[in-house]
Design a protein around this ligand. Sequence first.
Ligand code: G3P
Ligand code: MG
Length: 247
Amino acid sequence: MKNPWPFPRIIAHRGGGTLAPENTLAAMRCGLAHGFRAVEFDVMLAQDGVPILMHDEQFGRTVAGSGAVATTSSSVLSTMDAGSWFGAAFAGELVPTYQQVIRFCHQHSIWMNVEIKPTRGAEQATGAAVAAMTQALLAVGQATPLLSSFSFEALQAARAVAPALPRGWLVEHIPADWEAGLRGLDATALHVDQKGLTAGQAAAVKAGGWGLFCYTVNSVERARELLSWGVDGFCTDRIDLIDARFA
Ligand code: G3P
Ligand code: MG
């Protein structure tokens, strides 16, 4: 049977976990400095359709102000400070484009779990744009990235544009029809919130031959438990506690 998880086991969440402002190049540098050559981050479309890194649709948490990503152009977003909220040392750290982050990851041989994070109504467009850019910038010699999303529609669009790119379906709780969902997307793996996962569910997913990924695992004890259940990989905010060689 084909290995459903040919990917790294331990992945830095949003770039640098709790040690750097999420979804920035500073976060990627921080993850790398902690030995992580595998990273998860969130990609959203700006008003002009350019993919950029951001978790929240609305400004106010990681960038100041009261606007929204979907109504702001990428040229404006690229001038916005995404570091000050985290600490003065990161002031002036800008919102990166997805393209900038791909280049950084290629340069440093960092594997990417690209979470497609569509704003409401832009599911199809975001899945298609992220998949197209990922495919176009695939570099020779680089490990194939993994696309994931909570949005079924975004993953369907990604599949239509770049069928060869592996897909992970993100769910908070495993739904009753999880296997039909994975089949419908021709996905590789189920990505699930570790909080509610049970040993029985993990065994069922693995028995089906699927990859199983957990977010977000922040203690060594829980990491050990999940791996002992057969979980293939997880992302962590605690890159200081659980290092890339942990497993
Ligand atoms: O991709 C795993 C995880 O990042 C999903 O949740 O909200 O942190 O993007 P969130
Ligand atoms: Mg994410």
